[in-house]
Design a protein around this ligand. Structure first.
Ligand SMILES: Nc1ncnc2c1ncn2[C@@H]1O[C@H](COP(=O)(O)OP(=O)(O)OP(=O)(O)O)[C@@H](O)[C@H]1O
Length: 227
């Protein structure tokens, strides 16, 4: 389904931190939301998730660090069961194996607690959990910033492969234009609580129009990075 939200806005402490914003994301489309720190990306991500869920749209969220999603006192099996229960799904070993294979975590011991898994495996587990219910939209907020660059690139490669030809759309929130540019079809740039630019990735990179976009593109050293 096409994801549509209109008039999203946020005022905190009397200050508008998100000006009225409309979002449209097509099925299977991958969109990057980029911008400087404090430009309002996470705020937009959160209000979009709340809004869509209130309308019954299936939206999954992957936070920056697996610590935000995993309880250090609970086993990985517990987390998986809870994720299924939250979606009112019965346990499905075939679905679990498919997602574990897709995210390369099939070797992980589910009896262990998060700290028994590497950080990269933990984050791939969190991504697999987010995909259990085949969401219409997956929102990822700086999903690889807690990982080293090689593990980060590998994680995004696995997600790319999984999402290919599927209907689940992706909103990738990051201040890292290099990461987003390699992974998304379209880039939206935020500046001071507004989307100031919205263009297909290649067109955006060839000809950024606004000052905020030009500033992001000016850091061309990201072309050398693996993700
Ligand atoms: N609860 C709050 N009360 C007041 N201001 C807030 C609150 N939460 C966020 N802000 C302000 O809103 C603005 C946008 O914050 P937000 O976290 O959405 O930006 P961001 O682009 O995601 O930044 P980063 O990349 O650093 O995470 C910032 O100026 C922040 O200080």
């Amino acid at each position: 389904m096409t994801i549509t939200a209109t008039g999203l806005s946020v005022i905190r402490s009397g200050r508008t931190i998100l000006h009225p914003t409309d979002i449209v994301i097509r099925p299977g489309e991958r969109v990057g939301l980029v911008g400087a720190s404090g430009s309002g990306k996470s705020t937009l991500g959160h209000v979009l998730i709340d809004n869509l869920r209130a309308e019954g749209v299936s939206v999954a969220h992957v936070p920056q660090s697996p610590d935000e999603a995993l309880d250090p006192l609970r086993s990985m099996a517990f987390h998986w069961r809870e994720a299924e229960r939250a979606l009112e799904l019965s346990a499905d070993p075939i679905r679990q194996q498919m997602l574990f294979n897709a995210l390369h975590i099939e070797g992980g011991d589910l009896r262990k607690r998060p700290w028994g898994w590497s950080r990269g495996m933990q984050q791939r587990f969190v991504i697999a959990m987010a995909l259990i219910g085949t969401p219409d939209l997956l929102v990822m907020d700086e999903p690889t910033s807690a990982l080293d660059p090689v593990v980060a690139a590998g994680t995004m490669d696995l997600l790319d492969a999984y999402l290919k030809d599927r209907q689940t759309a992706l909103l990738l929130i990051t201040h890292d234009l290099g990461l987003a540019a390699r992974r998304v079809h379209r880039l939206m740039v935020m500046d001071d609580g507004k989307i100031v630019e919205d263009a297909p990735t290649e067109r955006f990179l060839m000809a950024p129009k606004t000052q905020a976009a030009k500033a992001l593109c000016a850091h061309r050293n990201w072309l050398e990075l693996p993700c």
